[in-house]
Design a protein around this ligand. Sequence first.
Ligand SMILES: [Fe+2]
Length: 251
Amino acid sequence: MIDLHTHILYDLDDGALTLEESLEMARIAVADGIRTVAATPHSPASIASRHYSPNLIVQRLDQLCAALQSEGIDLTVVAGTEIAYDGDIVEQLRRGDLLTYGSSRAILLELSSNRMPPTLENALFNLQVAGYRIVLAHPERIVEVQQDPNLLIPLVERGVCMQITAIALLGGQGRQLQQVCETLLTHQMIHILASDTHGPSSQRPPTLNAAREYAATLVGPAQAESLVTTMPLALLNNQPLQLPQPKNVRG
Ligand SMILES: [Fe+2]
């Protein structure tokens, strides 16, 4: 499995605090069946960001990969960023101030305050025109989506991938968030399942297997598997994606 949303690099944000914590997260992920994780520290526009620069992330990544190797932990880690939505993301990406996933053109985007800004569609369109592929982080938390899940349909139709949080689907963040996750999933609006883990013993553990199994009871094993294998791999490898047509949620 591939986990596209983790805070595994230490002392950059509210994720891992030390290299030892990063390694512990890696051990738990590997034991769960995860083979690749993307390290997605918060971008500077997020209040959770402590230190951010592409050079620093590459340094921490190299340090973690060397430690994984010397500890014999078989986990591939690629760089990324959880980009907090703000005005000029295209410019920041172009300047190299923000990182895409690995060497791909895919980015992880989160909305500040879990609200849908009126400028969102336009901003997503500008990113797509500039050649970026977008993964929207935890849409289940967006207040407007909780009230009307159909708001995601035009975004999915335009090729924006949606990522729900594994523990939210399992009910670990409350029944309301779980229900939103279930609705989005069964209406074909979700493409990626990721842990959004912030630490080895955090409320968001670095695991995907239980959520994949739960998703299988809702959408069948093949689709559940694609959320943690085919879809994330296609994004990392810049391969074309065929997103299924989302279904309208009837009020
Ligand atoms: Fe996150």
